[in-house]
Design a protein around this ligand. Structure first.
Ligand code: HEC
Length: 141
């Protein structure tokens, strides 16, 4: 009986920590607003409709998981579990007129406070991309 109870307790713990580790659903809850505000300047190098070469700004590509986690010129932009060390979030929180603020003022929709909080919760929970590996609609090669 005692064994059974502790096994149940362990199983319960397992469920609870798995749920916490998952955090918000990247594809459903995070990617839509990231795509809307950030993708325009952070796609892989490609030619635009006029044949001009477009390079990812700051050398940062976010349209697939591998590149997103690799980061840009300055290194990693997302550090799982550490929102305060994740420039992809902290830059959105800088004053709007700060040089490093993202997205640059007037160039794309700013994240709302709710979106910043959601992104923070996602990083805190381990930056779990779930089944998402890329968004083919913008992951131009
Ligand atoms: C209109 C273009 C544009 C949009 C939209 C944009 N960025 Fe940027 N981003 C830049 C430019 C230009 C740089 C390089 C200069 C710099 O580091 O500030 C950059 C660099 C960065 C870097 C630093 C990369 C590195 O390693 O040096 C991060 C992090 C970043 N952007 C995050 C974001 C986030 C988050 C969003 C959306 C909320 C976003 N960007 C939207 C233009 C943009």
């Amino acid at each position: 009986m005692r064994i059974k109870t502790s096994l149940l307790a362990l199983a319960g713990l397992g469920v609870a920590s798995a749920a916490n580790a998952e955090g918000p659903d990247f594809e459903k809850e995070i990617w839509p607003f990231v795509k809307n505000s950030c993708v325009e300047c952070h796609t892989p190098e490609h030619k635009d409709e006029r044949g001009r070469t477009r390079r990812p700004k700051g050398d940062l590509v976010i349209t697939n998981k591998e590149a997103f986690m690799k980061g840009g010129e300055g290194g990693a932009v997302i550090v799982p579990g550490k929102p305060e060390d994740s420039p992809f979030l902290s830059r959105t929180k800088l004053p709007l007129d700060h040089d490093d603020h993202m997205p640059p003022e007037g160039k794309a929709d700013q994240w709302t406070d709710a979106q910043k909080a959601l992104f923070e919760a996602w990083v805190k929970a381990g930056a779990n991309f779930g089944a998402w590996t890329s968004d083919p609609s913008v992951d131009k090669k």
